[in-house]
Design a protein around this ligand. Structure first.
Ligand SMILES: Nc1ncnc2c1ncn2[C@@H]1O[C@H](COP(=O)(O)OP(=O)(O)OP(=O)(O)O)[C@@H](O)[C@H]1O
Length: 297
């Protein structure tokens, strides 16, 4: 780090800064293209600029996973890439003698963790922490891990075991719409932002086959029920209940003779606005023309 002395760099630090800049230039104009660096520990010198340039180059080359020592950095591609999450690829990482030698991927983390359980005589619980800012892809990544374990943590020879693992995965995934209804909301960063933390526990038997799962939630952002930032929304459930009422034909709009049409919660933007307005119609401020009111259908 450069130290400032009365607004100027001190002599030795200025020299150090000069050499750092040279190293930086050398690294950035180096022969090896930046996108080929699959581990951030190989970045030298390690500065915010070099790390970000490396990740940017990899992102531009459609490479979304990068190792950083034993941590995996995942970039959100914001587009579907089915081949990156195919069952065939899961099996490839699972079967690889050294999965860490394959391209960085969330499946490497999943497989290494799975092998840690397998390799120990007295198995020790393993944890994977998925963290990041809102919209980074944590929920997506957790789902990928569950799908991965549903494929690998089942006996390859037993159809029964395979079905159990699939059923457990399916049950967890099926619980998502309910949990997301009560715990997710549309924010400025993410249309389906989880406003709570989730601890998902996958249980394995002695043969390392998935036998059960448990989900615990914590830190729900309860204040959102009473107030939301401008252009953000309340929890999905409120809009879904109203969408349900619209579907039953119980709500009419004050300025319209037409019966309100049922709408897809996240689909029809115009209808979403109406449902959004409908919620604000419940408060005690005077109703503007066009805001809906409840009446018998
Ligand atoms: N690997 C990926 N491939 C394709 N799309 C992705 C990927 N990761 C994330 N996304 C997209 O980004 C969106 C936001 O991701 P996600 O909901 O997982 O973020 P999050 O970190 O859980 O956010 P929050 O903390 O707000 O809940 C997803 O709806 C999905 O469309």
């Amino acid at each position: 780090m450069l130290q400032q002395v009365n607004g100027h760099s001190s002599g030795s630090d200025a020299q150090g800064g000069g050499s750092l800049r040279k190293d930086l230039q050398k690294f950035l104009s180096g022969e090896a293209p930046l996108h080929q660096l699959d581990d951030l520990t190989k970045v030298n010198p390690v500065t915010l600029e070099t790390v970000l340039r490396c990740l940017q180059a990899r992102y531009a080359a459609d490479t979304f996973y990068t190792n950083a020592g034993c941590t995996l950095v995942a970039l959100n591609p914001f587009k579907p890439i089915p081949q990156l999450y195919s069952t065939a690829l899961m099996r490839e990482y699972h079967a690889a003698p050294q999965p860490q030698k394959l391209k960085p991927h969330i499946f490497t983390v999943g497989e290494q963790t799975y092998r840690n359980v397998k390799s120990l005589i007295e198995p020790v619980n393993q944890s994977i922490i998925v963290s990041g800012e809102s919209g980074a892809g944590k929920t997506w990544t957790s789902r990928c891990l569950m799908k991965f374990y549903a494929v690998v943590a089942a006996s390859p020879t037993s159809w029964e075991s395979h079905k159990i693992a699939e059923r457990i995965e399916q049950r967890i995934l099926n619980s998502n719409p309910v949990m997301e209804a009560f715990g997710n909301a549309c924010t400025l960063r993410n249309n389906n932002s989880s406003r709570f933390g989730k601890f998902i526990q996958l249980q394995l038997n002695r043969a390392q086959q998935m036998t059960g799962a448990a989900v615990q939630t914590y830190l729900l952002e309860k204040t959102r029920v009473a107030c939301q930032a401008s252009s953000e929304r309340n929890f999905h459930i409120f809009y879904q209940v109203l969408a349900g009422l619209l579907h039953l034909g119980n709500i009419r709009f004050a300025d319209s003779e037409d019966e309100a049409q049922p709408c897809q919660l996240m689909g029809d933007a115009k209808c979403e606005d109406r449902v959004g307005a409908c919620v604000s119609g419940f408060d005690h401020t005077p109703r503007e023309q066009g805001t809906p009111h409840l009446e018998k259908g």
